[in-house]
Design a protein around this ligand. Structure first.
Ligand code: SF4
Ligand code: SF4
Length: 432
């Protein structure tokens, strides 16, 4: 380990130059410098609300468009080639080494040591209030920044047996008050409706409990064939929708998330509003998530929320509950994106310079237990995608599954498995 004084001195020097959280709120006008070819190919112009729903219905599934994008997109082709040649485990290891090398060049120690040095705050696990379930990696989109590398080509999906194991764990874990369902596009997984109905069943059987269910929704899923009743299903089961919308402009959304995504997102938001989502007094929360389009931190959450409210309200008549801003994690597809541009070190430097001690108390992993599609247990979804299992020497690192736990409190003594990607969770407003 490096001498604490050396890295503290560097950190202080870095901390004195932190203009980064001043990203402007006018995010529609942020332009990415490169690669221009990539940007041009995925642009899409907004053509208006007229006939929107009919246009989308006539186009059918977004999957065809996404697959076409993936086949012609240089970024995806490069990643697919490396996956074929090296395999996922080797790529993840290489990615980890690159983050370490970037921090070495900056003179910054491991994340755990950095937190201990700077935060002076407890960063240990608490009783879990959130049970996070990643029920599968299939998605109708294939976004450029996706930290789970989802796409229509992924086939991993949670079985009924694992889903039922998660529900049993929930029933035995009274501290858990939220079930957070993610993917891929979780709604396209057969386990989704089984889990949602199962959670409400636990609530019925344990009358003293009130459990929030979160659906991490990509919005376009509402336009997929077979999902015509999804909004109604979500509303009738009182599911809170947290939806990604990285901009209020068609061009930027299509650039990050694929051609045609903006139109479908707008149509989905309007449909959710029709069911009461995002409308004050309905009890149905519709939260939006902004994440930057490039290697910069999000602007102020409060100011950006006001801007979104103005833009989405005036242009499309859309209402929503809250806007959350999230930092892009330097892992998987986004890490690869940065490395190929020679921007990984700069991005790690940006994250370290903007280390925010206030985020340590609310790190997601401190009160979350995260279960993968195959039942394996992790500290968070990011660790899950890196294959970074629990810090539990008694088991092989990836060995513990939902069937080994009686209740989430079984993990109370297990230290959190931090690594250097965790700087993404402590920069600015954090990513948890
Ligand atoms: S970011 Fe979300 S919507 Fe995009 S590919 Fe990944 S899982 Fe799908
Ligand atoms: S990446 Fe996971 S383990 Fe690391 S700080 Fe964030 S939530 Fe915690």
């Amino acid at each position: 380990m490096r001498g604490g004084r050396v890295f503290l001195a560097r950190a202080v020097r870095m901390a004195s130059a932190t203009p980064d959280v001043a990203t402007r709120v006018d995010v529609a006008n942020i332009r990415l410098g490169k690669p221009t070819r990539y940007a041009r190919k995925r642009e899409g112009a907004w053509v208006g609300l007229e006939g929107l729903e009919e246009r989308i219905a006539a186009e059918g599934s977004l999957v065809r468009e996404t697959l076409r994008d993936m086949e012609t997109d240089e970024e995806f082709q490069l990643t697919a080639k490396r996956l074929r040649e090296e395999g996922a485990a080797k790529m993840t290891l290489e990615e980890k080494k690159r983050r370490r090398r970037a921090l070495d060049a900056l003179g910054v120690p491991e994340f755990g040591a950095y937190v201990a040095e700077h935060a002076a705050a407890d960063a240990s696990r608490r009783s879990a209030s959130v049970l996070q379930l990643n029920i599968g990696l299939y998605c109708n989109q294939a976004c450029g920044h996706c930290h789970v590398e989802s796409s229509p080509k992924r086939v991993e999906a949670m079985s009924d047996e694992v889903a039922d194991g998660c529900l049993e764990l929930l029933a035995n874990s009274p501290s858990v008050s939220t079930v957070d369902i993610t993917g891929g596009a979780p709604e396209l997984n057969p386990a989704f409706r089984r889990v949602v109905a199962g959670v409400r069943d636990v609530e019925r059987r344990q009358e003293w409990r009130k459990i929030d269910i979160i659906d991490r929704c990509n919005l376009t899923v509402l336009g997929e064939p077979g999902q015509e009743d999804l909004a109604e299903f979500l509303a009738s089961h009182r599911v809170r929708v947290i939806a990604s919308l990285p901009c209020y402009s068609a061009k930027n959304v299509n650039l990050q998330r694929g051609k045609g995504v903006f139109d479908r997102s707008i149509a989905a938001l309007r449909k959710l509003n029709d069911f009461g989502y995002g409308i004050a007094g309905s009890g149905l929360a519709l939260d939006l998530v902004y994440n930057p389009l490039g290697a910069f931190l999000p602007p102020s959450q409060e100011a950006l929320e006001a801007k979104y409210r103005d833009e989405l309200g005036a242009e499309f008549g859309i209402a929503f509950t809250n806007l959350f801003t999230m930092t892009n994690m330097p892992i998987k597809r986004f890490a690869d994106f940065l490395w190929r541009r020679g921007e990984l070190e700069d991005y790690m430097s940006l994250l370290v310079r903007n280390f925010n001690v206030a985020t340590v108390d609310s790190l997601m992993c401190r009160d979350t237990v995260s279960i993968g599609w195959d039942g394996k247990v992790y500290d968070c979804d990011f660790n899950q995608q890196l294959g970074l299992g629990l810090n539990k020497p008694a088991t092989s690192n990836n060995g513990l599954t939902v069937f080994d736990l009686r209740a989430t409190d079984d993990l109370l003594d297990v230290p959190l498995a931090f690594d250097n990607h965790c700087f993404g969770c402590t920069a600015g407003m954090g990513s948890s």
